[in-house]
Design a protein around this ligand. Structure first.
Ligand SMILES: [Fe+2]
Ligand SMILES: [Fe+2]
Length: 266
């Protein structure tokens, strides 16, 4: 089974011709399924993009949402929109664990940079806080903002823990998420992101859940596919827990330049 993985496509930056060319690139991978680890578009375009990818690739698309997918709207509104119509592109957190084969199970959560590592007084300001409705009250208040981020991260961890608890025993577990669950998986320009970026680039809460699951299930090989930092890298968090962060080589622009990260043979 061929699973084609893409992340941080940011397709809203593309003109129609380039969008069509990218869909052709995905279809040329001859995927049996497509995995999208968030930042697909923005709130007004993400549903259209996931449907168009499913149409072009002629297979199921499983996706999670990234922070940009909520831009110019709110978290609840976008999550409701992606679940509204029965479609071939499916938002993973709303699904039961998906058995892809007798050896592989897939789960996914969005994740959130949860302000639990790095410099919490960071000078780095994200557009998220201006463009996502959920931060309206916390836009200019650092403590309120960090509290909101920590709450969002905890919610993601709860969803992930519940999914993992319901996942059948399996040889390989694929976990799709937007935000790297460990600081060591926050790759940018070939190195780990610095303390200024880490609070917004890492979801410590989902990492804790994954590490606990890996320790409890030593015979399950867990592969996490994530994005968000736009820097490619692989981190072995435990002997049976590998985190692959999707991205672009150093010096190559990730916005407006969507690529296939990998096609996995499952
Ligand atoms: Fe992104
Ligand atoms: Fe992101």
């Amino acid at each position: 089974m061929r699973a084609t993985w893409c992340t941080d496509l940011h397709l809203n930056f593309l003109r129609p011709h380039a969008l069509r060319a990218f869909y052709d690139t995905v279809a040329a991978e001859r995927p049996d399924l497509v995995l999208l680890s968030g930042d697909i578009g923005e709130s007004d375009s993400v549903v259209q993009f996931v449907d168009e990818i499913a149409e072009a690739a002629r297979c199921e698309v499983y996706f999670v949402l990234g922070n940009h997918d909520y831009y110019r709207s709110g978290i609840r509104i976008v999550r409701e929109a992606v679940q509204r119509a029965p479609r071939r592109a499916r938002w993973l957190p709303a699904l039961e664990p998906v058995r892809l084969s007798d050896r592989v199970v897939l789960v996914g959560v969005d994740g959130w940079g949860d302000a639990r590592c790095g410099d919490l007084d960071s000078k780095v300001l994200l557009s998220d806080w201006q463009l996502i409705e959920d931060f309206r009250k916390a836009r200019t208040d650092r403590d309120a903002r960090n509290e909101t981020l920590q709450r969002l991260g905890a919610n993601e961890a709860r969803t992930l823990a519940a999914l993992l608890a319901r996942a059948p025993a399996t040889e390989q577990l694929l976990v799709l998420t937007h935000v790297p669950p460990f600081p060591q998986a926050c790759w940018h320009a070939g190195a780990q992101s610095d303390a200024q970026w880490l609070p917004w680039f890492t979801c410590i809460a989902t990492g804790e859940v994954l590490a606990a699951h890996a320790a409890k299930h030593p015979d399950t090989r867990i592969t996490v596919l994530c994005g968000h930092t736009h820097g490619h890298g692989v981190y072995e968090a435990a002997p049976n827990l590998e985190v692959r962060t999707g991205g672009w080589p150093t010096g190559v622009e990730g916005y407006g330049n969507p690529i296939v990260q990998a096609t996995l043979e499952l």
